[in-house]
Design a protein around this ligand. Structure first.
Ligand code: AMP
Length: 221
């Protein structure tokens, strides 16, 4: 089954965790612009340096930079049978660029999954979020803990709180989300491909609901 999916939601809505579950179950690549930026920061690239200056302030990285990395990523062979975009698009201009890229190769998105979560749940969640400083895998001290406290299950490195998950930055990220990303709900609603989910539910419960709803709607068939 081929599926081209976008995962939308405020920072802390659970996009990363749902993306991991869904891409594993659907056997499609997980493309997270945030992960690509963080990998570049860890590797000290020019792109990483530039992205970090925005990320640390809780701001969105400029569209041109972001769209280019997605365009390059979508050209790779593993995207031929579908993909899941996590954290992209985040602006109307990015969404229009994505439509244009897909249109140019004669395809379009199958579904956009929106995870709804209230601000107070988000702020609490972000405080417990941890990330592996080596491989970037994400955890949560309560909802998705590692097997050994403070240590990554996959590579054994130390888990840290992301700089941009500190409360003051989270509040700025939420403002950016409301101003620039929220209009995408309307954009995709009008295209008739938007599916809403309650991101405050349990992780597996939400994954199961997403899979069931996509199947019932015949998405990607
Ligand atoms: P995330 O891991 O998806 O929460 O992204 C972390 C940060 O990376 C965001 O707060 C932005 O600064 C930046 N970022 C990730 N994706 C995008 C995007 N599509 N457009 C602009 N900035 C982005």
């Amino acid at each position: 089954m081929q599926m081209k999916i976008v995962l939308l939601g405020a920072p802390g809505a659970g996009k990363g965790t749902q993306a991991e579950n869904l891409t594993c179950m659907l056997s499609i690549p997980h493309i997270s612009t945030g992960d690509i930026f963080r990998e570049n920061i860890r590797n000290g690239t020019k792109l990483g340096l530039e992205a970090k200056s925005y990320m640390d302030k809780g701001l969105l990285v400029p569209d041109e930079l972001t769209v280019n990395i997605v365009k390059e990523r979508l050209k790779k062979d593993d995207c031929k049978n579908g993909f899941l975009l996590d954290g992209f698009p985040r602006t109307i201009s990015q969404a229009e660029s994505l439509d244009a890229v897909l249109d140019s190769i004669g395809t379009k998105l199958d579904a956009v999954i929106n995870l709804d979560v209230t601000d107070d749940v988000i702020v609490k969640r972000m405080a417990g979020r941890r990330i592996c400083q080596n491989c970037g895998k994400s955890y949560h001290v309560v909802n998705h803990p590692p097997k050994v406290e403070g240590i990554c299950d996959d590579c054994g490195s130390k888990l840290i709180l992301r700089d941009d998950d500190k409360e003051e930055t989270v509040l700025k990220r939420l403002r950016e989300y409301k101003e620039k990303t929220l209009p995408l709900i309307d954009y995709y609603e009008k295209k008739g491909i938007l599916f809403h989910f309650d991101g405050a539910k349990g992780i597996m419960e939400t994954t199961d609901e997403i899979i069931a709803k996509l199947k019932a709607a015949g998405v990607g068939i």
